[in-house]
Design a protein around this ligand. Structure first.
Ligand code: SF4
Length: 311
């Protein structure tokens, strides 16, 4: 299915995009195949400075890791059907979902795309964990459905990536993005705003980098300080400031304005597990509404109708 922006609205949310493409609501079903992150040292537990594995949005006990993907999918679909949703996106979210043997990847993706009501497949991973054979495998699932490769970038500044201990650089992201798009995969870049040492100009650089890379989607998060991460130590010592709501709205709107207005915004605000979150504490609905209002106004479309919320 060739890519084209489906929703007439600027900077559509993924919900609006899918509704325009498939003619009805599509909701994600989070799946955890249990593939590990290759960047996290199993002995020390160290990984990216902001990452706490325990803060990944926890699937319910019924759909959680350790259960077969087919069972997770069936449980998730059943729950959404009770809400009147009949089309689904299989979303492999936590950790690094391309870090497994080809046999395990195919087994997971086959199961996830077997129901005809699954119209999209979303796979989150790292830019340095998508060799050509893996992309070739994933591209086999594009027939009749959207396949999104979600690549963590966070920043296009290599100095920032080093400071965050990301273990890859911006060039690796650009290369992965190019190879994925060559195969008909849609690329969604994950970006964090408010990173240590970055200001709006740095974020504008990242947005311009993504616009040049041709990504079809972006997922935005605020820098969040979570218990147990290296950032917690810096934050408690007073060496780390986080954005407040108003600053985050300003920075997000400025960032989005650097992108093509056809870019699908998969998420506008992160949603860390509240019990592990130290700062900042946002009212997500209020922040999303403010960003949406400003983006409509920025594109001269402030009178447009209600928007599907980004998730
Ligand atoms: S953010 Fe992703 S790549 Fe980094 S340690 Fe966490 S799971 Fe691994």
């Amino acid at each position: 299915m060739p890519w084209s922006p489906c929703s007439p609205e600027p900077y559509p949310g993924i919900g609006a995009h899918w509704r325009a493409r498939f003619g009805q609501p599509v909701r994600r079903v989070g799946l955890d195949p249990g593939f590990p992150c290759p960047h996290r040292d199993p002995r020390t537990g160290t990984g990216c400075a902001f990452c706490d594995p325990a803060s990944f949005t926890a699937p319910s006990a019924a759909t959680g890791p350790g259960r077969p993907v087919a069972e997770q999918l069936a449980t998730g679909i059943a729950g959404l059907r009770r809400q009147g949703v009949n089309r689904f996106a299989a979303y492999f979210q936590p950790r690094t979902n391309t870090n497994a043997s080809s046999g395990k990847l195919v087994a997971a993706w086959d199961v996830a795309t077997r129901p005809p009501e699954v119209v999209a497949l979303c796979v989150g991973t790292r830019p340095d964990c998508v060799p050509d054979p893996v992309l070739d495998l994933l591209a086999e699932y594009t027939g009749g459905r959207e396949v999104w490769l979600e690549l963590g970038l966070q920043s296009a500044r290599n100095a920032t990536l080093r400071a965050l201990h990301r273990g890859h650089d911006a060039g690796q992201f650009a290369d992965a993005c190019r190879r994925a798009r060559q195969r008909g995969l849609l690329v969604c870049a994950h970006v964090i705003l408010g990173l240590p040492g970055e200001d709006a100009a740095d974020e504008a650089h990242t947005a311009a980098f993504l616009a040049a890379s041709g990504v079809e989607g972006v997922k935005l998060h605020q820098l969040a300080v979570v218990r147990g991460t290296p950032l917690e130590v810096r934050w408690r010592a007073g060496g780390l400031a986080v954005l407040d709501e108003a600053e985050y709205v300003d920075r997000t709107v400025a960032f989005c304005r650097q992108l093509s207005s056809a870019t699908v915004l998969h998420r506008l605000v992160g949603d860390p597990a509240q019990e592990r979150l130290l700062a900042p504490h946002f009212n997500k609905g209020r922040v999303v509404a403010a960003i949406r209002r400003r983006l409509r106004s920025a594109t001269g479309n402030e009178n447009a109708g209600p928007r599907a919320g980004v998730s």
